[in-house]
Write a protein that binds this ligand. Structure first.
Ligand code: PLP
Length: 390
């Protein structure tokens, strides 16, 4: 197909015209079981009736007013985010990348306001993904992402993933912040042990460095808690959120403590669309649904069911898969084949999955997937793997 769109994506030859819960329906009518959920975005499934109602109700009232005025829907979303997390304040964005940009700016501004504007070094980890802006690619440092886009924004130092000795050696009273995903997503569904997250918190406390967690992919119930860091019993100073929070509508947020956000006064940041009534009306509904303890309990029950079936799948196809990893419904199958081959075999069996780095196939189903759909998903994955056996 000739396309007029900038050719930066390797797209599959499938177009979807409709969705229903865990199913995405292609233009030719084929129904695909969606274990990608738009890369962890459609947390409540496609065309969720409660979200459709929230969006259309808002669409009939007012779409956009700008941040020149009070926006009650934005206030409501921020209130829900603050009430359910460590945060004292929230800035609403349209994406994860914008959240990462603000998080980086907030760190710099914090130290500047503390009278230490030279304290800009942010420690990050290899395999990280924080978006594609100039700041976010510098934070990641991945060769593939930064090549040809230099000179990069200074101030990032990249450490081997999960290497606590390297972190202990690198962190000091000159460190501005440590920034990481508690479970690396694009990096291949790599969870950091709770003990390591606690140690990072301790090292930050000892040196004064701010702890910035990127929960764009791991947040909003994906791992079975509202945010993945809750498992470790710690709290960050700043956190990025996006993807699932909009349930498919573009939305993100930066959450922060009063102290970490103390440099961000009037005029220091802004956005035309960030916090618009449409996105916030949807986001508030998503928050109300996902933050409910009964909802998260269901995610955990289903996650255990899926994981158990995936262990069986791995055992049945030792030449295709090596292991299962991840947390909640943020799961990865470490492959012995290229994960893109599994993604393609999945298309043939009408099941959608997503490849990631570290030879991992990602399974990020909608959090509302049913037990029957989980069983059906594993049947389809089994058939797809059968195409690659041997
Ligand atoms: C952990 C993480 N941070 C940031 C981003 C960037 O988010 P967005 O694509 O919404 O800008 C992503 C996107 O995949 C992500 O997984």
């Amino acid at each position: 197909m000739n396309s007029h769109v900038l050719p930066i994506y390797n797209r599959a030859p499938i177009a979807f015209e409709r969705g229903e819960g865990s199913w995405a329906i292609a233009t030719d009518g084929t129904r695909y079981l969606d274990l990608g959920a738009g890369i962890a975005v459609n947390a409540l499934g496609h065309a969720n009736p409660e979200l459709v109602a929230a969006l259309t109700e808002q669409a009939q009232r007012i779409w956009h007013v700008s941040n020149l005025y009070q926006i009650p829907e934005q206030e409501k979303l921020a209130e829900l985010l603050v009430a359910n997390t460590f945060a004292d304040t929230a800035f609403i964005t349209n994406s994860g990348t914008e959240a990462a940009e603000l998080a980086i700016k907030m760190v710099r501004k914090y130290w500047s306001e503390q009278g230490d504007p030279e304290r800009i070094e942010i420690l990050t980890f290899e395999g990280a993904f924080h978006g594609r802006s100039t700041g976010a690619i510098a934070a990641s440092g991945s060769e593939k992402m930064v090549q040809g886009f230099g000179p990069l924004m200074p101030g990032f130092r990249h450490l081997p993933w999960g290497d606590m000795a390297a972190l202990e050696a690198a962190i000091s009273q000159r460190t501005a912040a440590v920034m990481l995903e508690p479970v690396q997503g694009e990096g291949g569904i790599r969870p950091l042990p709770d003990a390591d997250l606690r140690l990072i918190r301790e090292l930050c406390d000892r040196t004064g460095a701010l702890l910035v967690l990127d929960e764009v992919q791991s947040g909003m119930g994906r791992t079975g808690r509202l945010f993945a860091h809750e498992y470790a019993g710690i709290a960050p100073d700043i956190m990025m959120v996006a993807k699932g929070i909009g349930g498919g509508f573009p939305l993100g947020a930066v959450l922060a403590t009063e102290k970490a956000a103390s440099g961000m006064g009037a005029g220091t940041h802004g956005s035309t669309y960030g916090g618009n009534p449409l996105a916030c009306a949807v986001g508030a509904k998503v928050m109300q649904i996902i933050a409910a303890p009964e909802f998260l309990a269901e995610v955990n029950r289903k996650a255990a069911l899926l994981r158990q079936k995936l262990e069986g799948l791995v055992a049945a196809h030792p030449s295709v898969f090596e292991s299962v990893r991840g947390q909640g419904l943020m799961l990865g199958l470490k492959c012995r084949v290229a994960p893109t081959e599994m993604v393609r075999a999945g298309y043939a069996e009408h099941v959608l999955t997503v490849a990631a780095a570290d030879n991992t196939l990602r399974l990020l189903p909608p959090l509302i997937i049913s037990d029957e759909e989980i069983a059906e998903a594993v049947v389809r994955l089994d058939r797809a793997a059968g195409r690659l056996d041997g």
